[in-house]
Design a protein around this ligand. Structure first.
Ligand code: NAG
Ligand code: NAG
Length: 397
């Protein structure tokens, strides 16, 4: 057999390519896992896009155990969903997170609270845009809002959604508003009209997400039982605890969808069990005190691939499905047996708030430390109406 030196130049690149390919396969990243999942969507979970021909998995899979999955959401919502999935996402490691816009949504009747909320932002000297979704405002309300500085009013288009969207008390509009603004702006603060902002410098909250830019060696995640002990022994958040904040920066495991205000009970106790047909969970973990429910009406979120695909997709699809976000006969009124706010279903339901907390808990080790900021020095929640509002305080200063 004749051997020519030139063969080396043919064979070597070939072998090298295989080597690189194998290396790449072995260092399988999250992204690879996502891709292989897409290839193997079970038949009963597939939805096909009429627009792009792309196949989508419309069954929610429990992150901890992908074999555990919910019923397929209706494929008729694919058209609506697809543009969010295709929206430009932020890679926190490499991209600058865009400056957040403020987003709110309300109907007539909440106008004075809205003025209070908007004023609280402006009085701090923050002039960033505030996007307001009109869920049913009167001309008078609109005239009041016209006095505000740097706002954009968007009429919420109920006509493209199932009838249940009009049931404002089921809050199905909230995931839609949040998804739309994440897609449009990349990073947002969503605020219900009950929020009062109290601090202009919120960099301590952003730091909890921006820490991902630094290539820190993270300590391993504590096992569940140690985190149970931590939950029982550490004082509940109050102001801004610098020690816990520094630990969180070091750990750098917080979700890029952060809640802030504790609602006073668990998730399992206030979630209609019908929901688990769509979004299964791990009840052993969900009934523990780590799985605390936080207000869905005050959020800082960034449009990362993970947030869009693992959280927002299911939050939005659930909102569009009648028996997911608002199962029949759901009630806001809870009866906590023996004042136990965690272990047992209390015959009540929190609609959007149940769903987002369930999704965040499932995706974050059933431990609120990974989906809440644990900082409460920059806002308070005031649900009662406020009659003494001054419309002029909505001006920029
Ligand atoms: C905001 O607060 C941080 C401390 O959390 C401080 O280091 C920073 O200088 C402050 N930024 C401004 C603009 O005041
Ligand atoms: C809801 O309540 C009505 C009236 O009490 C009852 O007839 C119906 O069966 C209930 N539906 C479900 C799904 O429990």
């Amino acid at each position: 057999m004749r051997f020519r030196l030139s063969n080396i130049f043919i064979i070597f690149p070939f072998i090298f390519t295989i080597f690189i390919f194998v290396k790449f396969k072995n260092s399988s990243t999250n992204f690879d896992e996502k891709e292989s999942q897409v290839i193997s969507i079970p038949n009963e979970c597939v939805c096909e896009s009429k627009k792009t021909g792309k196949l989508y998995n419309f069954c929610y899979n429990l992150p901890e155990n992908k074999q555990k999955r919910g019923k397929r959401f209706s494929c008729k919502f694919l058209d609506f969903w697809e543009r969010f999935e295709e929206s430009k996402s932020v890679d926190i490691k490499t991209d600058q997170i865009p400056n957040p816009v403020f987003v709110t949504a309300f109907s007539s009747g909440f106008i004075s609270n809205a003025v209070r909320m908007i004023s609280s932002i402006r009085k701090l000297g923050i002039s960033m845009k505030i996007v307001i979704y009109d869920l049913g405002l009167t001309p008078d309300d609109n005239n009041i809002l016209k006095q505000a500085c740097n706002i954009e009013i968007r009429k919420f288009d109920f006509s493209i959604f199932p009838e249940s969207m009009k049931e404002l008390r089921e809050y199905r509009w909230k995931p839609i508003v949040i998804a739309e603004c994440l897609a449009d702006f990349g990073s947002i603060w969503y605020l219900d009209t009950s929020v009062v902002l109290e601090k202009s410098n919120i960099s301590h909250v952003y730091d909890l997400i921006n820490c991902q830019k630094e290539n820190i060696e993270r300590l391993p995640l504590l096992p569940s039982f140690q985190r149970d002990i931590r939950e029982k022994t550490e004082k509940h958040e109050d102001g801004w605890n610098k020690d816990i904040w520094l630990r969180n920066l070091k750990e750098c495991r917080k979700s890029s969808y952060l809640l802030h205000g504790y609602s006073g009970h668990g998730i399992l106790s206030v979630t209609n069990p019908e929901v688990y047909n769509w979004i299964p969970s791990n009840f052993e973990e969900l009934r523990k005190e780590k799985a605390k429910m936080y207000d869905a009406g005050f959020v800082y979120a960034v449009n990362t691939k993970t947030i869009m695909l693992d959280i927002m997709k299911w939050y939005v699809l659930c909102a569009l499905e009648n028996s997911c976000m608002g199962p029949e006969n759901s009630s806001l009124i809870c009866s906590f047996e023996n004042d136990d706010r965690f272990k047992k279903y209390a015959e009540c339901h929190r609609y959007d708030q149940s769903i987002i907390n369930l999704l965040l808990a499932n995706a974050n080790f059933y431990d609120r430390r990974y989906y809440v900021s644990e900082i409460v020095d920059f806002f308070h929640i005031k649900r009662n109406g406020n009659l003494n509002v001054n419309n002029e305080e909505m001006q920029c200063i």
